[in-house]
Design a protein around this ligand. Structure first.
Ligand code: NAP
Length: 266
């Protein structure tokens, strides 16, 4: 069986480092290159923390794809860069596995159209942790019985987008079973702007940013005389890698865009 040839974008980042480790230690995966906006032309093994991990570093994505002809791009960068990488990958017939968060609805629609036109697989998952996927599924189940819901997502203070992709995805899954409802008192007034959080069809999303945190989320459900809390915690970034591995193994077999790990987990 041929190895899956993989390029990792954002290799020096916190997620990228884990992905490089995953790819270089998985039997059927081959790290053919990394994409970085720094260190162009060097080898990854020359960079601190990557001793013995051989892979050419490219800053130019087109040159990288032309020379290395990878099967899959794993992108763990920033929203704008990730969108550009994903579109370019599809143009080159490279299947993207995207962990980068912050893509808009329009971005997703545009990528879906390109995937359909090119009949290429692409997996975009705002959360690759299996426990987080279950937290979203359980939340959707609970939302059938509880109309009033508040999501509190908690992340490290270097995160660029808010609310988190996971919180938005959770709200979207809940909205499949919940009729939009304005929560709280009809006459409630914020004395400090933002106190009630972001409004998603009347459901509220609150974003906490603190050093020391990784990725955490609570979904709180309330009804007369009772509350239910569903919580997931990622304590390190290795927690995301079994999901990334599954996504790589899946993306090479599909011909359209899949958004959310829950759609590829049985
Ligand atoms: P990070 O540590 O800031 O890493 C991002 C990396 O991208 C940095 O090393 C940055 O380089 C690099 N970068 C910026 N522009 C680039 C370019 N043009 N080409 C190549 N690399 C470039 O962030 P992180 O915590 O690893 O997170 C990365 C992304 O994954 C974020 O969108 C985050 O929200 C998301 N995430 C997803 C999951 C999931 O399960 N799906 C889980 C956690 C995080 P510099 O260091 O030079 O700026």
């Amino acid at each position: 069986m041929n190895k899956v040839k993989i390029v990792v974008a954002g290799p020096r980042g916190r997620m990228g480092k884990e992905a490089v480790h995953l790819v270089s230690t998985t039997e059927n995966f081959e790290l053919v290159a990394v994409l970085d906006h720094k260190n162009d032309g060097k080898n990854l093994s020359e960079i601190d923390g990557f001793l013995g991990v051989e892979a050419p570093i490219y800053s130019n994505i087109e040159q990288c794809f032309t020379e290395q002809k990878p099967d899959v791009l794993i992108d763990l960068t920033t929203p704008e860069v990730g969108m550009y990488h994903t579109k370019t990958a599809l143009q080159y017939g490279v299947r993207p596995v995207v962990g980068t968060t912050g893509f808009s609805e329009d971005d997703l629609k545009e990528l879906e159209a390109i995937c359909n036109e090119k009949e290429l697989g692409c997996i975009i998952a705002p959360n690759f942790a299996v426990g987080a996927v279950l937290m979203m599924k359980f939340s959707k189940l609970a939302a059938k019985y509880f109309q009033d819901i508040e999501i509190i997502e908690l992340h490290h203070d270097q995160k660029l987008d808010a609310p988190s992709g996971t919180a938005v995805k959770t709200a979207q899954m809940i909205s499949e079973v919940r009729t939009p409802k304005s929560q709280g008192h009809p006459n409630e007034k914020e004395t400090i702007q933002g106190a009630r959080g972001a409004n998603f069809e009347g459901l509220r999303i609150h974003s906490v940013r603190l050093p020391g945190l990784i990725a955490h989320q609570e979904v709180l459900f309330g009804s007369e005389g009772q509350t239910l809390t569903i919580r997931h915690d990622s304590y390190n970034r290795a927690s995301f890698m079994s999901g990334v591995k599954l996504a790589v193994e899946t993306v090479i077999k599909i011909e359209s865009l899949v958004y959310g790990l829950e759609n590829i987990i049985e």
